[in-house]
Design a binder for this molecule. Sequence first.
Ligand code: IMP
Length: 429
Amino acid sequence: MSLNIVIGAQWGDEGKGRIVDYLAAGADFVARYNGGDNAGHTVNVGNKIFKLHLVPSGIVHPHTTAVMGNGMVINPRTLIEEMTALRSAGVSIAPQRLHISPAAHLITPAHRALDNANEAARGKGKIGTTGRGIGPAYMDKASRRGLRMADLLAPDFRDKLRDHLLEANRTLGLLTAPELEVDAEAESYLNQTSRLALYIRDVAMELSLALKQGQSVLAEGAQGTLLDLDHGTYPFVTSSTTVASSALTGLGLGLDAARDARVMGVTKAFQTRVGSGPFPTEIKSKAAERLRGTGKNPWDEFGTTTGRPRRVGWLDGVLLRYAVRVNGLTDLIITKLDILSGMSKIKLCTGYTVNNALIHDLPGGADGISACAPDYEELPGWTEDVTHVRKWKDLPKKAQKYLERISALAETPIKLVSLGPEREQILEL
Ligand code: IMP
């Protein structure tokens, strides 16, 4: 039995898509278990760039079966658009290889409208959500009035959908936001969703049988540890559980599935965040532009889903240690090391000063970090281009030192280092 879990060790956007694509070469199943189309996973294969928001990144490998678990919230419109784009790029998308849990929740136009209306009502205290309706969909799930994939098969789905839209209109009215055209929205939604019924499967059963038969399952996390609803920088978080243990609940697997699991935490060689919330190592000076890029390259630090410029900063070792602890990381995967080439000095946050005391681990949860001032170690940078390096010995010594320091700080070995967006630009350790 082999379960591998890939999760973001930061605030999302760590480059999980390209890593999952790389690891999927050796997996039978690739399964998303949380979040929805707030995620943006980019996979580069040759001259093709796949921007995936819902379909698991491993789908690009023809031998894999892609699974969307019960922990997800799915917008049918985005899903159908993505399936169409994948098909036109030559990727086979058929009910035989894309399986969706009947217990996954549906995102409707009402959820999107409510997300935007709630954000507008928050004013200066806004979370900076992606506007994809994620929060309202999980709210309906927790309130036990959500619509699920299984509902698509029920004869009264049309009535349930209309009730849901009417209910949302009452809330939108209270928020003085424009209301939805219930009949038109319902009709267009029903047209789209009817096409998805063929993809519904008991994925929990399928995955647990597959694991028992010795097949391998790669669980693809979305967002990152610090956006976790419980363990992230609350309230500036997403509405799902993003940490590794949610791979089990979000796919319907038992604890036995995790007995020998590798839990791989992906972190950039620096830190980024999109949306509001604390960010101790954020750089606000001109140096930020150096890390962010201009937006001309697909790998520059601009959101895949929203196009917003990301906030950037130095790698935060305290938060990385926290991610190791709350996820039980067995391996680290470092992305975007190449971006640091040419910087004369690299800062690495190794502790925080709080109330005149230096700490190396978070005393409470991550939401306490706004009171923390980062304590930095400065390491010498390297000038060499590393994008063609495929062996550890060929990495500049200073880059090796930086990676070794990160690994020592996190007390976790590094498994992979990504040195560019292409599939082959990876160094395996
Ligand atoms: P929501 O998930 O759209 O509700 O957004 C809540 C917070 O999570 C906002 O700060 C978003 O910018 C952030 N967020 C959600 N999904 C992602 C992601 O895939 N990458 C990075 N940030 C995300």
